[in-house]
Ligand binder design. Structure first.
Ligand SMILES: Cc1cc2nc3c(=O)[nH]c(=O)nc-3n(C[C@H](O)[C@H](O)[C@H](O)COP(=O)(O)O)c2cc1C
Length: 225
């Protein structure tokens, strides 16, 4: 698949077939993502690829803690609730997804069920826990570098016919993930990526999120026109 096709067609996948992903294919994808650029070539990232029983334990731990009302805890600084234009865009994608799924605005039960799916990492057969070196915790460039690698990961997955969603919800109960996955203390959990073979019948997988037009995100300075 051509790069521009993958970049244009990629979208977040939140429904997966119950079919394992071969380890060799994951290694291939990670090898591509691992070519990401980083500040001074520091390569601060570490990936922990979970499947099978450990992933089930993470899902279970996340679910139990969320249902018990345990306050989510991430290892990176949390952001306050989005406001203004950011909030509008957040609502827009939620509305698109709920419409696709036929979840009514006032259907609290199905909305809650959707949220819980996120904490279960959308029942994907694989979860890649994305970490970076703790001694760079205060260095925002390490977040940038690790983010660049993560986008490479989802693009590479897409180019191989796999689907993925970068899934902050999956690590919102980070102590569970840390313990089950055995994350070393010198690494910080940034996010995770739920990954697997897309379920073509899962309607939310067809949702194409909107983007601002290029002219609204770009200024050209020093060009003729
Ligand atoms: C850092 C980050 C965290 C995300 N966390 C979640 C999440 O917890 N749950 C979810 O459904 N999607 C999550 N997403 C996916 C975004 O909602 C998605 O990328 C965005 O709506 C644009 O849609 P697209 O990926 O289909 O283009 C996350 C994306 C990023 C980059």
């Amino acid at each position: 698949m051509k790069l521009d096709q993958a970049m244009q067609e990629r979208r977040s996948i939140r429904g997966f077939l119950d079919k394992p992903v071969p380890r060799e294919l994951l290694e291939e994808i990670i090898a591509l993502a691992n070519r990401a650029p980083s500040s001074m070539n520091t390569q601060p990232w570490h990936l922990h690829v979970l499947s099978g029983e450990p992933l089930e334990k993470v899902r279970q731990g996340n679910t139990e803690r969320m249902l018990a009302g345990v306050t989510p805890s991430r290892e990176i600084e949390d952001y306050a609730a989005y406001q203004g234009e950011h909030r509008k865009r957040q609502i827009e994608i939620a509305v698109q997804l709920f419409e696709a799924m036929g979840i009514e605005r006032h259907d609290a039960e199905r909305r809650q069920d959707w949220v819980m799916r996120g904490f279960r990492q959308f029942d994907a057969p694989v979860s890649v826990v994305v970490c970076f070196d703790r001694d760079l915790l205060g260095n925002t460039i390490a977040h940038f570098d690790t983010g660049a690698m993560t986008y490479g990961l989802v693009l590479a997955a897409w180019s191989k016919g796999l689907g993925a969603v970068i899934n902050g919800q999956g690590i919102m109960q980070s102590p569970v993930v840390r313990e089950v996955a055995g994350i070393p203390e010198d690494q910080v959990i940034l996010t995770c990526v739920a990954l697997g073979w897309p379920d073509e019948d899962f309607v939310a997988n067809a949702v194409v999120s909107r983007r601002r037009p290029v002219e609204n995100v770009t200024r050209f300075v020093g060009f003729d026109d």
